[in-house]
Write a protein that binds this ligand. Structure first.
Ligand SMILES: Nc1ncnc2c1ncn2[C@@H]1O[C@H](COP(=O)(O)OP(=O)(O)OP(=O)(O)O)[C@@H](O)[C@H]1O
Ligand SMILES: [Mg+2]
Length: 345
């Protein structure tokens, strides 16, 4: 048999890049750098991780990144969307079932925990799990063994669990909708991915990443973005976060006629978005104000404005503000760790 050379090095690199693509977590915002650092440190352990963050912020990507950097990487990564599977089926999906365990169970079946053996299971939308199943999951995390529905035996499994939720689980616990003991079991390593609007300096990097990705999949002229269109993307608030940005770039690349994404080709909601970039003058009311908080807010708005004008270039932004780059980075980091969301990193 003749061995076939897979093609010139460029295509080989493309294949390699495609293979690694799902794990490319882009971003240089200090909070994202901290998150990636934590992910790399946690990847070499078997600790349970709880990833929180709004929809589309990259929770599943973070989970895949951890798996890809772990000793489990050659074993399966199985994602289970706990919110999408009907509650009465979720238990047998996760843990499997014996023959005759319920009407319709004509044969026994392996669950996803067993299929993920040696690898990682990603329990997405964990907040949707019923109270009964929460108890069972707690036991699995404690004992590292599962019991298929209808079985009187347990099976040992070696699975790393990563859970995710876009609801605030601490609030769910307070409201009695999520078990406190399970919450603490899950959040051995808590990671909160900030919404895109809180790390705008990553927008140009992500735009370029998605342009490269989608340009590669499209024959012909490479599509680029005009500078004023990029400023619009910076200003927009991205309620759908990175997913919304990726979908937009994909659409723009496919529909582009002259190879440039311009302001007038952007969707109306982005064009008409007038974000409140004016820096408000804090006023002293009769109830008084928190001076430290007002000063901090003022400072961060100016930093954000400087980063926006310099398209995320921290060195240039620091120059605009008369700061050293390291001071600016320290301030950004402080905001990352001190926000109301509490980036636990
Ligand atoms: N930092 C990033 N770098 C590159 N791509 C990213 C990044 N963050 C997210 N993405 C991409 O954005 C899309 C949405 O990410 P993902 O599915 O991980 O979000 P999610 O938080 O799990 O969303 P949901 O809560 O809606 O399930 C994916 O295509 C993912 O590859
Ligand atoms: Mg997800």
């Amino acid at each position: 048999m003749r061995l076939q050379w897979p093609g010139p090095p460029v295509s080989f690199l493309t294949h390699f890049w495609r293979a690694m693509e799902p794990f490319l977590v882009k971003g240089t915002h200090p909070v994202m750098e901290k998150i990636l650092n934590i992910c790399q440190r946690v990847a070499v352990t078997d600790s349970t991780v709880l990833v929180a963050g709004e929809s589309g912020t990259g929770k599943e990507l973070i989970a895949r990144f951890i798996h890809a950097h772990s000793r489990r990487s050659s074993n399966p990564f199985i994602a289970v969307n706990c919110g999408a599977i009907p509650p009465d089926l979720l238990e047998s999906e996760m843990f499997g079932h014996e023959r005759g365990a319920f009407t319709g169970a004509v044969g026994s079946r392996m669950g996803l925990f067993q299929l993920a053996n040696g690898g990682t299971i990603f329990l997405d939308e964990i907040g949707e799990m019923t109270a009964a199943l929460q108890v069972k999951l707690l036991r699995v995390l404690q004992e590292r063994e599962i019991r298929p529905v209808g079985a009187d035996r347990t099976i040992k499994v070696d699975v790393r669990v990563i859970a995710a939720s876009n609801r605030d689980l601490a609030t769910e616990v307070e409201k009695g909708r999520f078990r406190e003991d399970l919450f603490y079991r899950l959040q051995v390593i808590p990671i909160t991915v900030p919404p895109l609007r809180e790390r705008r300096s990553d927008i140009p990097i992500l735009v370029q990443h998605f342009l490269d990705k989608h340009n590669q999949q499209r024959p012909g002229q490479l599509v680029r973005i005009a500078e004023d269109a990029m400023v619009h993307l910076w200003e927009y608030d991205w309620p759908g976060n990175v997913r919304e940005l990726e979908n937009l770039i994909e659409r723009m690349v496919i529909l582009s006629e002259d190879g440039t994404i311009r302001v007038d080709s952007l969707p109306p909601n982005i064009r008409s978005f007038i974000s409140d970039k004016k820096i408000p003058r804090p006023t002293l009311t009769d109830e008084g104000i928190d001076l430290n908080q007002a000063v901090e807010e003022f400072e961060y708005r100016l930093i954000d404005e400087a980063l926006r004008r310099t398209k995320g270039n921290k060195q240039a932004a620091a120059r605009l503000l008369g700061l050293k780059r390291t001071t600016l980075v320290a301030k950004l980091r402080r905001k990352g760790t001190g926000s109301a969301q509490g980036y636990v990193i």
